[in-house]
Ligand binder design. Structure first.
Ligand SMILES: [Zn+2]
Length: 483
């Protein structure tokens, strides 16, 4: 059985590669993500190997010819990027997933038109092997930019992190990680201030990307001024936006009858929401804009957690395509992020989501560049692939137009990664990564769900190929024994 299954997968890969040389995707409407509108009229997109050879006005007499795919007047977008992913999340290592299961997760991104990801921490050797096997056509997966290990304080939060306890070690650690193949540095919550600043100084002195959590000991404004390239999850921002920031830091908060640690946590965090000062926030956002500090708010991660119970049943269709270790990890019985579902805590989380939506829109209006990221991995219901549709929906819920939201998963990631000459939009000479939707996502971002075709580095996945791929992945996960 196993062998037969493997042969089927290899066969389907060969079938896919056979189509990858030269063809025309005809009769499509092209979404110009830079301008946020459709190109005028119908187009024919000529593909040669992994590139867009050119884009012409549609010629009706091409349809039906060999090497011509009819796009049926549907809407063509550049391949999407998920800029916050953990296909090999250290937090989930205790569920003991196999490497093959992790490999298979990568295929899910492709099935939904996510042709590039930022891998925000995991085993570096595995990430390097993914990149090599994907390049060689041995594994189906997106383009990967990987962090490797998290850089954390002397007692790191998660397995596999590099704990740094001395500022003087910073250059040696960074140089050796670059040597080992990382694409950027990912800093984490427990870093001491001096080491955080030393990391930013050194990374910027060699113009090497540095991104991540704002540590608990650092303010977001300080992080921006230190030269962090990108901040994740809106962490540590509420205190700096509070009209009573000093009281918060000096612990001058009235806890009333709250006695347990959890109750006090809720009071403290609700205090931050109640004292949110839009003017102070605006000052902070202007600073981000001035430094061009990018932000990945991961709104759907916050939302899925706050509304977990409702979202779980809504997502059951997608959950079936996950490996059993993730299906299990995404339940309150084992998941650290769902440990307590006490009503007052869940209400706090919902209030926080509302504030994060408001802040994201205010940042956007202030000119802070945004990236779409799901935090797929340990966090419940942040799905590989389709999760990015949820994130873009949240961006629209925050107040961005669908066109503005789409930028955060297409041209913005390409600009941030400095690869916009080759990626991020549909233009002659760029890499042929794209997806075709039956309905226009510029009108309603939910129309991403009408995805029909995917082009992955020029390789066409028809609707049938996509469904086969999903079925292949599901069958593999289904036959893995998991206790
Ligand atoms: Zn993350």
């Amino acid at each position: 059985m196993r062998l037969l299954h493997l042969m089927l997968i290899i066969l389907s890969f060969e079938a896919l590669h056979a189509q990858s040389s030269s063809y025309i995707l005809a009769n499509v409407r092209v979404v110009d993500v830079k301008k946020g509108k459709l190109w005028k009229g119908l187009k024919d997109v000529h593909i040669k190997q992994d590139r867009i050879l050119r884009i012409d006005r549609h010629q009706a007499d091409l349809l039906g010819r060999e090497g011509v795919i009819d796009g049926k007047g549907h809407f063509l977008l550049p391949g999407l990027w998920d800029m916050h992913t953990h296909p090999d999340d250290p937090e989930v290592w205790r569920m003991r997933p196999t490497n093959t299961e992790k490999d298979k997760l990568l295929g899910l991104f492709i099935a939904y038109g996510v042709t590039g990801i930022r891998d925000m921490a995991g085993d570096l050797e595995l990430a390097n092997s993914w990149k090599n096997r994907i390049k060689a056509g041995e594994l189906l997966g997106p383009i990967i930019y990987a962090a490797g290990p998290l850089l954390d304080g002397p007692n790191p939060m998660w397995d596999g992190s590099v704990g740094i306890n001395n500022e003087e070690h910073v250059p040696i650690i960074v140089d050796s990680l670059i040597e080992a193949g990382i694409d950027f540095l990912k800093v984490y919550s427990l870093l001491p201030r001096d080491i955080y600043f030393a990391l930013n100084r050194y990374a910027n002195s060699i113009d090497f990307p540095i991104v991540g959590h704002v540590p608990m000991t650092v303010k977001p404004s300080e992080a921006a001024e230190a030269g962090i390239w990108c901040q994740e999850h809106l962490l540590e921002m509420l205190p700096e936006c509070s009209s009573r920031e000093e009281d918060y830091y000096a612990k001058r908060i009235d806890y009333g009858a709250a006695s347990s640690r959890l109750e006090q946590y809720i009071v403290r965090n609700q205090f931050l929401l109640d004292t949110y000062d839009p003017k102070k926030a605006q000052k902070l956002f202007k600073l981000f804009a001035k430094h061009q500090t990018w932000h990945t708010p991961t709104l759907s991660m916050w939302y899925k957690n706050a509304y977990y119970e409702v979202e779980w049943s809504k997502d059951e269709n997608y959950t079936q395509y996950l490996p059993k270790y993730l299906q299990k990890y995404w339940t309150p019985a084992v998941n650290d992020h769902l440990r307590n579902r006490m009503a007052s805590l869940v209400q706090l989380k919902k209030n926080q989501v509302d504030k994060y939506l408001e802040m994201t829109f205010a940042m956007h209006k202030a000119g802070v560049p945004l990236l779409a990221g799901t935090d797929v991995g340990a966090n419940p219901l942040c799905h590989p692939g389709i999760g990015i549709y949820n994130e873009l929906e949240m961006m629209v819920k925050a107040g961005l137009s669908p066109a503005e939201a789409l930028k955060t998963a297409t041209i913005n990631p390409a600009i941030f990664l400095r690869i916009d000459q080759e990626h991020g939009s549909l233009e002659t000479g760029k890499v042929a990564n794209m997806l075709l939707c039956a309905k226009n996502p510029l009108e309603d971002i939910k129309n991403l769900h009408t995805i029909r075709l995917v082009l992955n580095k020029g390789v066409l996945l028809t609707e049938q190929d996509r469904l086969h791929l999903l079925q292949d992945i599901k069958s593999y996960f289904d036959q893995v024994n998991y206790k």
